[in-house]
Design a protein around this ligand. Structure first.
Ligand SMILES: Cc1cc2nc3c(=O)[nH]c(=O)nc-3n(C[C@H](O)[C@H](O)[C@H](O)COP(=O)(O)OP(=O)(O)OC[C@H]3O[C@@H](n4cnc5c(N)ncnc54)[C@H](O)[C@@H]3O)c2cc1C
Ligand code: SF4
Length: 442
């Protein structure tokens, strides 16, 4: 069986006109107007047991902030959100709310539509951030110094928590910009208007946080050297590696890691500068697979097929995410495993799949691998691992005294922005207790 016809390789830039790029990469969920926010806030039942708060990994008082929006107190709402989750502006845009807070909303039972918690959260936080309204101040300097590795959501959340307590924080970041996947990974239509950067400016405005760029753990320094210079260390390096298909021709022209291309989408000046194929195949079943498939389609590819090795229920991407990409024109094929990458003159032309004992091929001038990321940082051997990631306890302490870790690089919880923010927050609290005890000489 053969699906799709082999056509000439056609990878090129500027597939669309400027208006089409603008339209395709416009806001996924446009913000609420003031009037719409009041109407939406009015739908909340302010449940006593607040299942939404239980479902939020950072435990935001959802009913509390919505009741403040309802009474016109957006600043109070923003404060309530940010005190639990300083990355609350990003989370409002990127949380898969349909599997978190909004899934728990009792409005689902009544009218099959939850309160739009993410949009309300964004409404309140954006109002405060736009005018630079700060709710937290830095305690007097404690003289304690903490090193943080990685300026992603986990590292930034930890940095803010510690700076609030008066500790001096130095972030060691391998790349040339802060933000981690907020800056380089999240889909372009979720994070518009340089939001990742604006959020970092807002977070670091508290003071007491300096960032050293181009500094890579395992190459420029290690945890032991940090422990000599600092009173505590937090590791938030995320996942640097990408999983391989382990097929021949995996490094052929036209075959790419989805995260690398997504990073280009986020960093390129003009989307028209990005070259994209006509027939694109994506392999994977998570958010990254959905995001690359949708964005490549939005960049003008004719046919984008996302192929997943199991059924829809096993997919890490939610039903809403699957629906979203399908509405944008991406075709999803289930229960098919890639078995061969066919190339001509070193360029991918077809991908062969196996499904229920049969094989079929899809024509492809670009093939994206989105089958997961892996932990790749070089760390001290004293740090214990669990399933290939750093082992931590409930306070995010590692097996090495004075070293905490959180976010995607640890084996605990889901790989989500909001989970990384929570890890950073918990670690900051634990590090603060440790530093206070060491001050008292305990
Ligand atoms: C394509 C894609 C789309 C996603 N979409 C969503 C989404 O829509 N919603 C959602 O909730 N989650 C999403 N996620 C997951 C989310 O982005 C991550 O869970 C989150 O960013 C983890 O934060 P982190 O701080 O642990 O790591 P990261 O964001 O990866 O940040 C780690 C930081 O450490 C730096 N670093 C790495 N190695 C070193 C080193 N050796 N030395 C020094 N610094 C180092 C990196 O440069 C980076 O700045 C997505 C992930 C991907 C890959
Ligand atoms: S942080 Fe995310 S999960 Fe938590 S309440 Fe906000 S949108 Fe929902």
């Amino acid at each position: 069986m053969s699906e799709g016809q082999v056509v000439a390789v056609d990878i090129k830039t500027a597939r669309l006109n400027p208006q089409e790029y603008q339209q395709n990469f416009s806001e996924m969920h446009p913000p609420l107007s003031d009037a719409a926010a009041l109407v939406e806030a009015d739908r909340c039942y302010f449940c006593y047991d607040a299942p939404c708060t239980e479902a939020c990994p950072t435990g935001i008082d959802v009913a509390g902030f919505i009741s403040m929006i309802k009474s016109g107190n957006n600043a109070g709402a923003a404060r309530l959100i940010l005190q639990e989750n300083i990355i609350g502006g990003s989370c409002a845009r990127v949380c898969p709310t349909e599997t978190l807070c909004e899934q728990a909303c009792v409005r689902n039972e009544q009218d099959h539509r939850p309160v739009s918690i993410g949009l309300l959260q964004r409404h309140a936080v954006d109002a405060a951030m736009t005018v630079g309204q700060q709710f937290f101040s830095r305690a007097p300097d404690t003289g304690k110094r903490v090193a943080i590795v990685g300026a992603g959501p986990a590292g930034l959340s930890c940095a803010h928590g510690l700076a609030c307590q008066g500790h001096q924080v130095s972030i060691f970041e391998a790349r040339e910009k802060s933000g981690g996947l907020n800056e380089y990974g999240l889909a372009a239509y979720k994070m518009l208007d340089n939001f990742a950067h604006r959020e970092i400016e807002y977070i670091t405005a508290i003071g007491g946080i300096d960032t050293r760029y181009g500094q890579r753990l395992g190459e420029d320094f290690d945890t032991s050297s940090l422990l000599q210079e600092f009173d505590a260390v937090f590791l938030g390096m995320g996942l640097g590696g990408v999983n391989r298909l382990n097929l021949d021709n995996e490094d052929a022209d036209g075959v790419m890691n989805a995260v690398d291309y997504i990073s280009q989408i986020r960093q390129v000046g003009q989307l028209s500068e990005l070259a994209v194929g006509r027939q694109v195949v994506v392999i994977g079943g998570g958010m990254t697979a959905i995001d690359i498939a949708t964005q490549v389609k939005m960049l003008g590819a004719d046919e984008v097929t996302l192929v997943y090795r199991r059924g829809p229920d096993a997919m890490a991407a939610s039903e809403e995410e699957r629906e979203f990409t399908q509405i944008k024109g991406v075709k999803i094929l289930y229960n098919a495993k890639p078995v061969n990458i066919v190339t001509v003159d070193g360029q991918v032309r077809e991908v062969e799949f196996e499904r229920k004992g049969e094989t079929f091929t899809l024509a492809a001038d670009m093939l994206f691998k989105a089958i997961g990321q892996s932990f790749s940082a070089k760390i001290d051997s004293a740090l214990e691992l669990e399933k290939g990631r750093i082992r931590v306890d409930a306070q995010r302490k590692t097996s090495v005294a004075g070293v905490w870790a959180g976010g995607d690089c640890v084996y605990d919880g889901e790989d989500l922005t909001v989970a990384a923010a929570q890890d950073g927050k918990l670690a900051a609290r634990s590090i603060n207790e440790y530093l206070l005890k060491s001050t008292k000489g305990e």
